[in-house]
Design a protein around this ligand. Structure first.
Ligand SMILES: C[S@@+](CC[C@H](N)C(=O)[O-])C[C@H]1O[C@@H](n2cnc3c(N)ncnc32)[C@H](O)[C@@H]1O
Length: 289
């Protein structure tokens, strides 16, 4: 349980105050000196990618409750590798806190964006060859990430069968196009044949949902359209916005965290509340108050 001081320091009001931003910048600058806990880095928003940290810690918590010691995290759209580098750096801290280790997989063509396939891919904003990857530099930068190179429409459907990954617990989606996003979701179709490679509910971050007036993301293009079309085409799995964060207005990523529910997973109905359920529900009510 957090102390009264801890609760004040981590409250949305403090976080959005001058004091909050001073604390954040102090923590960011001293991360190399002090061994801050990953939850503190997340709560103070001092982690370089708090949205990645949130998904990793949440997935590890769920995995632990289901008895897993290791999970896989996937990034769709790797480019220069800053996303997988963050995952690599945050993983040991998250493992120390949760007892769950992380395998990292990165999906990319290896050659930048493929050609757009139509209006829904936002060709006014994205085009072929954008975000080219230097494969040798990336392998040297983040050797811990296993790269799955090729068009996602070819690599995602066979990934689980080929790699037999530890349960997939978190997925970061930054492929920009409607078509690439929709194809990335085909990974979930392997759940019935390889349930051991999935948690029953997977945390997802969708990068291309918020943008500028020039991008104009909305329900009829890009990632939001892909989510809608995926949901319409599947009975046994559904993707939706994480409702828990809606009231957390200080979190810039609150509109970009999604869950996929894999209803046919054999552990979907496994009870995970345990003795802590009332404590957690109490903490949630406090946060919303
Ligand atoms: C915006 S970049 C990713 C940036 C990266 N996540 C980061 O945080 O630095 C988008 C990437 O998605 C990849 N991509 C888009 N569509 C793809 C597809 N159909 N198959 C494989 N990769 C794809 C592109 O090659 C590009 O590198």
């Amino acid at each position: 349980m957090k102390s009264m001081l801890g609760r004040i320091l981590l409250s949305p009001e403090f976080q959005t105050s001058v004091g909050g931003s001073l604390l954040r910048s102090f923590v960011q600058r001293t991360q190399g000196i002090y061994n801050y806990s990953p939850r503190f880095l997340l709560d103070t928003q001092a982690a370089a990618r708090p949205h990645y940290a949130y998904c990793m810690l949440s997935a590890a918590d769920l995995a632990r409750r289901l008895g897993h010691k290791r999970i896989s995290v996937l990034e769709f759209g790797v480019a220069g590798g800053n996303g997988v580098a963050f995952i690599r750096d945050f993983a040991p801290k998250a493992e120390q806190a949760t007892g769950v280790g992380f395998d990292i997989y990165g999906f990319d063509t290896g050659e930048g964006m493929p050609p757009p396939e139509g209006d829904k891919d936002l060709p006014h904003w994205f085009q072929q060859n954008q975000y080219r990857m230097n494969q040798d530099a990336l392998r040297a930068y983040v050797p811990e990430a296993k790269l799955v190179l090729g068009d996602i429409k070819d690599t995602a459907p066979s990934f689980v069968e080929k790699h037999k990954p530890a349960p997939i617990g978190a997925l970061f989606n930054d492929v920009d196009y409607y078509s690439s996003t929709l194809n990335s979701f085909s990974i979930f179709d392997a759940v019935d044949r390889f349930p051991d490679s999935f948690l029953p509910r997977v945390f997802m971050y969708m990068d291309d949902i918020l943008g500028t007036e020039l991008e104009m993301y909305g329900p009829y293009n890009g990632q939001l359209a892909a989510i809608r079309d995926y949901n319409e085409s599947r009975e046994q799995s559904k993707i939706h916005l994480n409702q828990n964060l809606i009231s957390q207005t200080h979190l810039s990523y609150r509109n970009q965290i999604y869950y996929v529910h894999l209803f046919s997973h054999p552990l979907y109905q496994t009870y995970i509340g345990g003795g802590q359920q009332e404590v957690l529900e109490g903490a949630l009510k406090l946060r919303r108050a």
